[in-house]
Design a protein around this ligand. Structure first.
Ligand SMILES: *[C@@H]1O[C@H](CO)[C@@H](O)[C@H](O)[C@H]1NC(C)=O
Ligand SMILES: *[C@@H]1O[C@H](CO)[C@@H](O)[C@H](O)[C@H]1NC(C)=O
Ligand SMILES: *[C@@H]1O[C@H](CO)[C@@H](O)[C@H](O)[C@H]1NC(C)=O
Ligand SMILES: *[C@@H]1O[C@H](CO)[C@@H](O)[C@H](O)[C@H]1NC(C)=O
Length: 603
């Protein structure tokens, strides 16, 4: 069988070539954007979350900070009095090219911009730098916002919980500017969002919106969201139309931009109490809005039950069937076995420190539903990729598709499959991706951008690890489970020049890192593995070196004459070391006993 390239590689690869998604906090911990600078590529998205006071994201030119460019990016103001809970309103934009974008908070009360609340995407590193922009902002005239004050260019969105804590919408009294999208997230059991007039609560308003009923499994949030756009300043009234239990009459109603006097939300709730039962809803949905399930739009359904392929964890119908040649769990597996359970396949367990959970760390005994959903999605994607590559390789090498692609491509896909299997526990395929793109460049150059986008995404994660390893290229970059105090001290000692705020970390005084430690003169045994080393640090007394491995392994060895220590038998790879004044304490307590360190060494 021959098939066009369109049926295999582009489909799977394009689906995988996800742009990066960046997060920026606005006003968290003071008048600032964090991070202040984002390096983004074309198609990357950036989401801004808003904290304390009343901030905005507005675009200026480099030359005129604190003044809006014509028709430029603007989030609108997002008032929020919380220092540490992000507002439900976010602003997300997509980067269109690699030109610098200069942004500022346009709040004139308190001169946020002039006080340094500025931000840039892809600023140059010399010349017009972020520092130069900030310096200019100091002397800028009073800030202004774009005319009209409505969100522009990006997507301003507010997330509303439906039925999360009882029969209500949270928030129910929504105040948002025109152009904002309202995203409704559904909790159990079986709710809807339907528009009514003020005068007739619990009755569908002709030409209004309706999500239809979205039944949701206990303990989960539905993967389906209902999204509407606020198109004018008129008040909008809505309710849950579930007739069983009379949700609307019991107060499950809400409003957008309701007046603060006269026809208020409180008056609407009062009216709903005596509305006729049952509440009404159209027999077709969605109306006046969009239902999305994992990014896919549900065009239409009967208003009572989502089509089967869109229900809990739906949309899996494209999963290829597994052949008998391998024994990975099916890509459609819906549950992750608890960590440490015998149900974790040996294959995965062996790559993640065995069937036991790491001994020295206090793991929670359960996962939150959202963490579990994330991990399941992650696992599904990994499994899907692995299945596709594995089967494609077998077919291309010696099956139905033999001879369809040049041998270099077939070999690359084989290498990729092997890497995918090998790294399915760590998601690190950078080496294979680079090899593959070099080979593909010769014969199928159109695929290079797709593959390199993946490299970009993976490199960003690996880059952090490499940075921590003093800029050495990590052979197998891995995150190590060090306690937060140790990690904080490590970063503080190595990369931070000054820190305006005190961060409270147990065992650490203020913003002072612990004294450093160096691991030198590593002797290796006959098998090439490290056996002894010397540690250099200030101080003397009875000390131990704690060795911390990637999966929470923890071993101690005594510091002997000449500050020599034995390396635990068989340890290889990235390891954290820290000098402590006690032997045998668990990882959670280790911060209280640090003498020097931590340092990362490659054994
Ligand atoms: C937020 O700030 C803007 C600009 O100063 C102002 O117009 C708006 O009323 C403020 N909103 C709140 C709720 O304080
Ligand atoms: C700030 O955001 C949090 C989280 O959404 C919310 O609970 C709080 O009411 C907001 N404050 C204001 C003034 O909007
Ligand atoms: C959800 O509610 C609607 C309306 O009461 C009902 O027709 C539908 O069967 C319900 N679905 C489930 C799964 O309970
Ligand atoms: C996992 O490790 C155990 C113990 O080293 C070994 O006996 C077993 O064959 C391994 N299984 C797999 C699937 O790698």
């Amino acid at each position: 069988m021959r098939f066009s390239t369109g049926t295999f590689l582009p489909l799977t690869l394009v689906g995988l070539a996800q742009a990066a998604h960046h997060q920026v906090t606005v006003g968290k911990g003071g008048l600032k954007f964090v991070p202040e600078v984002v390096k983004a590529q074309k198609h990357d998205t950036i989401t801004y979350t808003f904290f304390a006071k009343n901030h905005s994201v507005a675009q200026s030119s480099f030359d005129k900070p604190c003044q809006p460019l014509d028709g430029a990016i603007f989030s609108g103001f997002v008032p929020n009095d919380s220092q540490d809970v992000a507002s439900r309103t976010t602003f997300t934009m997509t980067v269109e090219d690699d030109k610098p974008i200069w942004l500022y908070c346009s709040q004139p009360n308190g001169d946020h911009c002039q006080k340094g609340m500025v931000h840039a995407i892809n600023p140059p590193e010399t010349g017009n730098t972020i520092e130069a922009y900030k310096e200019k902002a100091k002397d800028a005239p009073k800030s202004t916002s774009p005319q009209g004050g409505l969100p522009k260019i990006g997507r301003r969105e507010i997330a509303v919980d439906v039925g999360k804590d009882g029969l209500k919408f949270v928030p129910s009294d929504i105040k948002e500017p025109v152009g904002t999208f309202v995203k409704f997230n559904f909790s159990p059991k079986n709710h809807s969002v339907v528009q009514s007039t003020f005068d007739k609560p619990c009755q569908f308003q002709e030409h209004g919106f309706s999500s239809g009923h979205i039944p949701t499994k206990e303990g989960t949030v539905s993967p389906a969201t209902f999204n509407i756009e606020i198109k004018d300043n008129k008040p909008i009234w809505f309710y849950c139309a579930q007739p069983t239990g009379n949700h609307c009459q019991s107060g499950m109603v809400g409003s957008i931009n309701a007046p603060t006097e006269g026809n208020t939300l409180a008056a609407f709730i009062e009216k709903a109490k005596t509305a006729p039962t049952p509440s009404t809803i159209e027999t077709s949905a969605p109306l006046g809005g969009i239902i999305l399930v994992n990014g896919k739009e549900v065009k239409t359904f009967n208003g009572n039950e989502l089509p089967v392929e869109f229900r809990e964890g739906g949309g899996q119908s494209t999963t290829p069937s597994a052949t008998a040649t391998h024994s990975l769990p099916p890509a459609s597996s819906q549950t992750l076995p608890a960590w440490g359970s015998p149900d974790v396949p040996d294959y995965f367990a062996n790559k993640t420190g065995g069937h036991n959970k790491p001994k020295h760390w206090n793991w929670a005994d359960k996962l939150s539903p959202s963490a579990s959903a994330f991990l399941q999605l992650h696992l599904q994607i990994e499994n899907l990729i692995t299945h596709l590559l594995w089967e494609a390789y077998l077919k291309l090498e010696d099956g139905d598709w033999k001879g369809v692609y040049p041998q270099t491509i077939t070999a690359s896909i084989g290498a990729w499959a092997a890497q995918s299997i090998l790294h399915s526990a760590t998601t690190s395929t950078i080496g294979a991706l680079i090899d593959i793109s070099a080979q593909i460049a010769k014969e199928d150059p159109f695929l290079v951008p797709v593959v390199m986008t993946q490299v970009g995404a993976k490199s960003r994660a690996a880059g952090v690890v490499n940075m921590m390893r003093n800029h050495l290229a990590g052979v197998a970059p891995r995150e190590i489970g060090v306690p937060v105090g140790l990690a904080w001290s490590f970063v503080l000692g190595k990369y931070v020049e000054s820190c305006p705020e005190e961060v409270k970390v147990e065992g650490l005084e203020g913003n002072k890192a612990w004294p450093g430690v160096k691991v030198a003169k590593v002797e290796t045994g006959e098998d090439g593995l490290a056996v002894r080393a010397e540690v250099e640090y200030e101080g003397s007394g009875e000390h131990w070196v704690a060795w911390i491995g990637p999966w929470g392994e923890l071993e101690y060895s005594k510091v002997e004459e000449g500050k020599k220590v034995g390396v635990p038998k068989g340890w290889t790879g990235d390891v954290f070391v820290v000098v402590v004044d006690r032997e045998g304490v668990g990882l959670g307590e280790i911060g209280k006993h640090v003498v020097a360190g931590p340092e990362q060494v490659w054994l």
